[in-house]
Design a protein around this ligand. Sequence first.
Ligand SMILES: Nc1nc2c(ncn2[C@@H]2O[C@H](COP(=O)(O)OP(=O)(O)OP(=O)(O)O)[C@@H](O)[C@H]2O)c(=O)[nH]1
Ligand SMILES: [Mg+2]
Length: 250
Amino acid sequence: MFPDTSRSTCIATCALVRTGLKRAPLLCLVRVDLGVGKSSLTYLICHQQPISNPSWTVGCSVEVKLHEYKEGTPDQKTYFVELWDIGGSSSHRNTRSVFYNPTHGIILVHDLTNRKSQQNLQKWLAEVINKDGSSKSRQTNFDDFDPEQFVGLTQIPILVIGTKLDLSEEVRTHSHRRSSTIAEECSADEIFLDCRQVRSLAAGSSSAVKLSRFFDKVIERRYHGRDGIIPFSDKRRIFASLNSKFYHND
Ligand SMILES: Nc1nc2c(ncn2[C@@H]2O[C@H](COP(=O)(O)OP(=O)(O)OP(=O)(O)O)[C@@H](O)[C@H]2O)c(=O)[nH]1
Ligand SMILES: [Mg+2]
């Protein structure tokens, strides 16, 4: 979608996670710096196996996964999750924002061996807040960050994921496994994992449970939540309206 000319110009990449009823989208957004493991993570989530040879994400790639909403309960329903992995660079900041609307959930990914990528998460999140460019406190550049911008955003489910756990001695040995600032600020769940190991998201593992809980929260809020969404029983009506919206979007 955004043919990037060179790696150096690509200050950030983002993957859009579009989850939804069989035919209706829920959109979660993943914001990351370059090379933190976004494609490896999305592949592991969708295929339950590590990607063999990830290449630099140029333009857009889409992965799809089936999610069991409220698994094991009478309300269990199957949804598909589309993970949109879209390369972006400073020159495409405005074009990138077309993917931000609507945002139903946000996954923030950082590299546990690169503290800067964790610090940058706040700025990526702020870019989502400015998605329509209308907010008064619109960032003039990537580096000026105003935590006030989070107000109101915390309604949107957020998940923070730290990758390359296998390479981060201090985090691996728990000597320094403190949740990241952004996870605390947004009272979000946080997962630390090695994207190259199947067992990182093994069924029943705390990481798998947190990830599943996140997708349930996104679906819950969008289709069954307090914010006036038609209750599940009128699902067909939701399908009809959102279905056209979904295909319209595409
Ligand atoms: N050891 C280790 N390497 C990882 C992990 N996750 C990703 N990598 C490696 O980190 C490099 C970048 O991974 P990608 O998945 O391509 O990262 P990305 O964020 O999609 O990168 P760009 O698309 O270039 O922005 C690759 O060599 C991966 O094999 C991890 O958990 N542990
Ligand atoms: Mg990639």
